[in-house]
Design a protein around this ligand. Sequence first.
Ligand SMILES: Cc1cc2nc3c(=O)[nH]c(=O)nc-3n(C[C@H](O)[C@H](O)[C@H](O)COP(=O)(O)O)c2cc1C
Length: 459
Amino acid sequence: MRPATPAADPDAYPPPADADTGGTAARRYHARYGSVLPAIDLTASNTPPKVHPGAHVIPLPFPPGAPAHASGLDPAASESLDNLDNLGALLALLCGVTRIDWTGAGVGAGRPVPSGGGAYPGEVYVATAFGLCHYLPAAHALELLSPADLRADLVRALSRPPAHRPELVLLITTRQDANLARYGPFGHRLQALDTGVLTGQALTVLAAASARPTAHVLFAERALGGLLGLDPGAERVHAVVTADPACPPTPTAELLNRRSARSGFEPAPVPVAQITELLDQATAPLPLDSPDGPGTPDGPNTPDAPDAVGCELYLVAGRVTGLEPGCHRHDPRTRKLVPLTPGATPRALFPPGGPGELAGFEAACALLVVGDHERGYPEHGDRWYRMLNLRAGILGQRIGLAAARVGLGAGLRCDFVSTETDRLLGTPPGRTALLAVLIGPERGSGTPTHHLLFPGGHR
Ligand SMILES: Cc1cc2nc3c(=O)[nH]c(=O)nc-3n(C[C@H](O)[C@H](O)[C@H](O)COP(=O)(O)O)c2cc1C
């Protein structure tokens, strides 16, 4: 059971790290602010990424694999330089600039991970033998925050630490104000989805470096924040990923090709086999530290199926050859799609007249991550809500990558009204749609893009 914590204000969400209302604050927040609409203000700006003025800045080689710059680190250091090279490759594929996009809004830097409204509220910190650093994605550089090896201290704050000290500890935080001007209080839920996307990407990229990663969501948050020097009112740790990279990560085609289908979808049918393949890849077990479901006795590194972590997938088919139009539930055990509500369409998931309705009309199908809202409050308290949205983000990231792998376009969306979407899906009480992903063949040749990295590495 969850340890007793001081009572918190049930109207304040997110509650302070050391306070908890047993889920009351999270339930109230979800009822009032769980949907983005109608509070969004598209004219408002997101806050800029974090920098640490005065910190020593270490440029990373770009493109990864190019000769390393002088790092300024102690270079008894060829080992550090090797690590920096590999670390640079890992961070570029995690959230660096990997392409240039030409869109209606002009020329922009494209990232391997999606982010709600392009706000990128997540920050990434890296602890290795040579110290604690903060990653600057736009500059592809590290800010050296401490030359001390803090890995043992960081791991001590995890509720389910790995059996040995990991070679690499990634800490994923969110800036609390990052997207609030634009999205209002809904921005907090969006931040949890976004840091989930980053966590999922870290797991994927580290798996591509044979690093046996584990994502940790249960930890002493204040202790970790203190080690990173965070102001708890401004920035909070959402996830920690521990890993032991054995080789540089491989920049696979899907890691480089993933992007949102900004030009929309060709309203053309997609064979069910392609969707089944996508689902098989997206629902592979997750290496999470907090198994809540059955059959996970071995602790960290025991991968969990999505439904064992409080999320399941629903598919609303529009134009999927071999599948009846309507709503289906993905059964992770049989891997079959179980028909639920006939007649539901991807278009009807979104409010009439909005951009979601048009995108839904064009898409072949929509995948929805549905969270078991009530399941974790008894054990985890209010934090469960963040954990659940984070898991939905991990699944959203996997679906986006799996779509790129099978050659389909995809777009993550949260511009639906939860109560309406839940009604259409027929979700049981206590379960709610957290994230939608529209899928279909991307229109024409898609948004013009110039890739900066190539499958297989530096050319
Ligand atoms: C959690 C989440 C929610 C999103 N919701 C929407 C949405 O409601 N509507 C939309 O057009 N795009 C949405 N996006 C996509 C972002 O706008 C997109 O990822 C961002 O502009 C970066 O572009 P890219 O994905 O092509 O790299 C969402 C992305 C994430 C991660």
